[in-house]
Design a protein around this ligand. Structure first.
Ligand SMILES: [Zn+2]
Length: 302
């Protein structure tokens, strides 16, 4: 959260982020800075905080305007995070020049820099570790959303979990997380059921089962319609007695025997061997599967 506050300030200091700047890389500059902060763990790459200076800058390892030698670029492979103190101490020196100079110094801070500088140089070409990359990406996304000027809130995974279980007291189902993110929580959460349509296959067109050498071993029934139903039809069944007594609805798997199986929307078998005469056609199989699913709707502030 501390980081978030700092970030917000940073953006507010630059209120005129426009589409043009966006294109020309000003925002890319912020993203580079975030990337580097993550990479160097919010510490000066030269003194690791030993200077006590909290102001962190993006530092060109090979200077852009060197006193001698090659000119540095703006590429991340030439950039580190450095405190203002170290940044100014290094000035326009090449890293090798600065290292030589530091080696002659008796100051404790300089000796720390002598240890850290080669490590920083080695780190230049290393990519971000996964977790750091995730953080940098998250903040880059945040910046872009913020630039749209719409209300934006952030929260940690811990806050979401706390809201979910302690404040909203919702069931564990993960989709409820969506209404538990951030500080503003919905006053009510309504859960409704909607029809969800999913495309489904149109059955196996192979006309014979084959053995392990690929020769036909059994014929498949050419006839697809049995007792007025075909596999995949959505049916309702009112079963008067027996194991499946009651009302059922699902997609049917037909058998020539006239005893069918029913599957629910999730593809799970709900009835086995129910008589065709108890079934009523609701929807002809048409390549779609119908299922009822829970969807969560949140109403903010009543
Ligand atoms: Zn430093």
């Amino acid at each position: 959260m501390e980081e978030l506050a700092r970030f917000d300030t940073h953006l507010m200091d630059n209120p005129d982020i426009s589409g043009v700047e966006y294109q020309q890389g000003t925002l890319a500059g912020y993203e580079t800075r975030e990337y580097l902060l993550q990479k160097f763990g919010h510490l000066c790459a030269y003194c690791h905080g030993a200077s006590g200076d909290l102001v962190l800058n993006v530092e060109h390892v090979v200077p852009k305007n060197p006193s001698q030698g090659p000119k540095g670029t703006d590429r991340v492979s030439n950039l580190v995070i450095a405190c203002k103190t170290c940044n100014e101490a290094k000035g326009n020196l090449q890293p090798e020049e600065w290292l030589e100079k530091l080696r002659t110094s008796k100051k404790k801070l300089d000796q720390i820099r002598v240890t850290n500088l080669p490590k920083a140089l080695a780190q230049l070409k290393e990519p971000l570790k996964d977790a750091a990359m995730m953080n940098a990406t998250r903040w880059a996304l945040h910046r872009r959303l913020k630039a749209l000027g719409l209300p934006l809130e952030t929260g940690s995974g811990g806050l979401t979990k706390y809201n979910h279980t302690q404040v909203m007291k919702l069931p564990k189902t993960h989709y409820y997380d969506a209404v538990c993110v951030g500080k503003s929580l919905p006053e009510t959460v309504a859960v409704s059921f909607i029809e969800v349509y999913t495309a489904t296959g149109r059955g196996n067109r192979q006309m014979a089962g084959v053995g392990k050498y690929g020769f036909p071993i059994r014929h498949r029934e050419r006839k697809k319609v049995h007792h007025g139903f075909q596999t995949g039809d959505l049916v309702a069944a009112d079963i008067p007695k027996g194991k499946y007594k009651g009302r059922w609805q699902g997609t049917v798997a037909v058998r020539a025997t006239g005893y069918f199986d029913l599957k629910n929307g999730a593809g799970k078998r709900i009835c086995q061997g129910i008589a065709a005469r108890f079934c009523r056609l609701l929807q002809r199989a048409n390549g779609w599967q119908y299922e009822k699913r829970e969807v969560c709707r949140a109403f903010l502030h009543g």
